[in-house]
Design a protein around this ligand. Structure first.
Ligand code: TYD
Length: 225
């Protein structure tokens, strides 16, 4: 499952994955702070669902403003991803311009969330042509803590929960990430597990210890010494 042999890997591309409330968005912005100090390569942070037209439909479905069937949602996520990756200013285009791209969510999110919702067959099929990033970082956190974090965030913002954000679902999400990571690795993808229960600054240090060793960054850091 997942992909056939000889999976394409895109260099200079990293993906942050995790359950809801695992801190991927915060960590992407903290990684951006480190890049301000090194300037090159230029940092291109991005996310899924995207801010494009397909991503907007997805966000409406997640907020329960519109109702779509789970398999329709799986197809929307895959369509959004295709534009995100291959579109005019997409991930490939940015990398070709010399960027270091970091995406908040990518293929594994669909395999996990839509896998739970629709069964594995459809999301595996829809995502089989997408290449893997150079590294995937999985932000691992107990679902209980993640849901408490989200409850606090929503209380402060006065907003309500989106689809997928209840504890029972998040318990399944964590289990499925762990089982899929093993399969993804066996196909040649590199996945690192980050302890996301630590304080944000400590989590950011774990992220940087991995990112700073990636060839595109490491070469630059050594040249600056
Ligand atoms: P995200 O934007 O990371 O959450 P937040 O709005 O809390 O920052 O993702 C939105 C939701 O979409 C999240 O519950 C995960 C889900 N999702 C999928 O179900 N499949 C996918 O392929 C992707 C990218 C996200």
């Amino acid at each position: 499952m997942l992909t056939s042999c000889c999976m394409e890997i895109i260099s200079n591309f990293i993906v942050f994955e995790g359950g809801d409330g695992s801190g991927t968005t915060t960590q992407l912005s903290l990684l951006g702070e480190r890049f301000k100090k090194i300037k090159e390569p230029f940092f291109y942070p991005t996310f899924e669902p995207t801010g494009g037209q397909i991503g907007k439909i997805i966000r409406s479905a997640l907020k329960k403003e519109i109702t779509v069937k789970p398999d329709t949602l799986a197809m929307l996520f895959a369509s959004d991803r295709n534009e995100h990756l291959n579109g005019e200013n997409g991930i490939r285009a940015q990398i070709n311009k010399g960027a270091f791209v970091a995406s908040d969510r990518y293929v594994l999110s669909s395999l996990v969330y839509q896998g739970i919702e629709c069964g594995d067959e459809l999301p595996v099929f829809l995502n089989s042509r997408f290449p893997a990033p150079e590294i995937t970082l999985f932000f691992d956190l107990s679902p209980q803590i993640a849901v408490e974090r989200m409850n606090r965030r929503y209380k402060n913002a006065g907003s309500s929960h989106e689809m997928f954000e209840d504890l029972d679902f998040q318990v399944k999400v964590r289990e499925k990430y762990h089982s899929l990571i093993e399969i993804y690795r066996s196909k040649g993808a590199r996945v690192e597990i980050i302890d996301a229960e630590k304080k944000p600054a400590e989590v950011a240090d774990q992220v940087w210890s991995i990112v700073s060793q990636m060839p595109i960054i490491n070469t630059k850091l050594n040249a600056d010494k």
